[in-house]
Design a protein around this ligand. Sequence first.
Ligand code: IPE
Ligand code: IPE
Ligand code: MG
Length: 241
Amino acid sequence: MAKTLGQILKSGLNIAVIMDGNGRWALSNSLNVSKGHQKGVQVVRDIVEEAIRQKISSLTLYAFSSENWSRPKAEIDAIKKLVITAVDEQVPELVQQKVKLKFFGRHDDFGSKVLTKIKEAESQTNIPSPSLHLNVALGYGGRQDIVDLTKQIASKVLSKEINAEDINEEMISNYSCVPEDKIDLLIRTGGDKRISNFLLYQIAYAEICFVEKFWPDFDKDDFIDCINNFKKVSRRFGARV
Ligand code: IPE
Ligand code: IPE
Ligand code: MG
């Protein structure tokens, strides 16, 4: 049964963010694109702080998509370095804040340095009863995830570990690499109104908030506005209410 708004707010919102606009922000400030990504990481820090204050249950951030591999090598290299420095700089604070960090997506192509760093970060923040679940999509694509989970379930059916009849929504969620089952609110900055292959299954009933500002200009007040607007929406989940 679908939860009421009251129940959702009590158990904490699951918010996802497509943090778009770093490149255009850099360009409009006559800076190199990597500076836009750097500024973007600082914004993440502020939004995490506010998410904890707002008692948000989970924040799921789109940091790098499966399609972003088609970007120039110099930009990808800068992003890889940024993942390492961001983890080094922010994990101690996340530990203090009791934030549980989880990366999801296909990570192998990021190389061993990034892989080691994100595993370290996950184990350092493996906190029981966290204040916030912070999930970061890295090398993630929604369609790829659906393909991967389908293969996994199919092989379990073939080996007779599960019956085809037992496949249900919960099982799909469990086999997905996405840590959250259902997203309540999806925010996209940068002015474009598209999903860009993010969380296809989990945003089935998400409210979507498109924000014109580029991600590096997005601030706590913008985030609070998105949450307050979400709270005003009548969520019917198909029912006559
Ligand atoms: C989003 O910002 C961050 C990543 C995709 C890594 P962009 O880099 O896409 O910024 P714009 O859309 O080009 O301005
Ligand atoms: C989506 O932004 C991916 C991330 C924010 C990580 P993109 O800039 O890659 O998406 P498109 O190209 O506008 O669809
Ligand atoms: Mg973009």
